[in-house]
Design a protein around this ligand. Sequence first.
Ligand code: UT7
Length: 324
Amino acid sequence: MTGSRLLGTGSALPRRIVTNAELAERVDTSDEWIVERTGIRQRHIAEPDETTATLATAAARAALADAGVDASSIGLIVLATATPDNTFPATATKVQAALGCRGGIAFDVAAVCSGFLYALATADSLLRTGMAKRALVIGAETFSRILDWEDRTTCVLFGDGAGAVVLEAPGADAGGSDAPGILGTRLHADGAHHDLLYVDGGPSTTQTVGHVRMRGPEVFRHAVVNLAGVLKEVLEEAGISSNEIDWVVPHQANARILDATAKKLGISPEKVVVTVDRHANTSAASVPLALDTARRDGRIKPGDLVMLEAMGGGFTWGASLIRM
Ligand code: UT7
């Protein structure tokens, strides 16, 4: 039996675009290095009046409009972010207030770049158990606020943005793998790798926000192995072979990771949605941003079989197979 159905998608990006050439004026880097090693050409960076909550709200409004449903019908908001507006309350509650859909469930999920997968699985589980009928699942970040702009090994990699989906609980008539809905999800974490990707601050340790620290090459190696593994698990669970997949919508960290993962699974690179060139790594926002981009430009169509996947700090990683 299939899980929750995806009714609509939306996304939002900050107004300001920062090119690689502009970054090369601030740190010792070049457009050539960034494009060759990552595939990134530009990123959107939030202005002071743009926050995780404002971007999340704009993405949520776009998803509601796409789904053709009213905010008042949303009983659950799960927002994935590592860059909340405040330490508390959850940014999801700010989005809820801005949308005017008070009284339902609203909370944040912290799983960094895998946050959207964690949020989607959590929302799907709550919808299946009848805690709500409709949900907004949002990935939203202002990673620019936790970057060390002197550190060329990290500051060129990330961007800001938000993506959202509207999910509806499966009906009593939910069908098999041809029916629209979430067909299978797997999540993992391995806290032993904390020091490879973390933020060196926080309320309970330094009482500061801190900056992103990453040992990139090590993260890269783990990402390819972990992602290939979880994709296989989800396919096995759903009883589907990799050549039946119409589109892979991966976390957008590095074009080379996308290529290597697709190759390991024998999936053609033409089936992989790539937005890292335009958005860079937007952490929890990257999967829903890429999904919305590919739906709106007509690539992903109703009935398509779509695999979402992500890996990030923690480490955390996961994948979800959806019939659109
Ligand atoms: O979203 C969460 C998951 N995150 C990821 O998946 C990120 C995974 N890692 C990566 O994407 C890549 O490892 C990076 C893009 C971060 C780095 O690429 P790399 O090919 O692994 O490069 P490297 O770190 O091995 O650095 C190669 C060289 C070094 O110089 P030396 O030691 O060879 O002289 C770096 O100092 O490139 C140098 N370098 C730079 N040069 C110009 C590092 N950053 C830069 C830069 N501009 N921005």
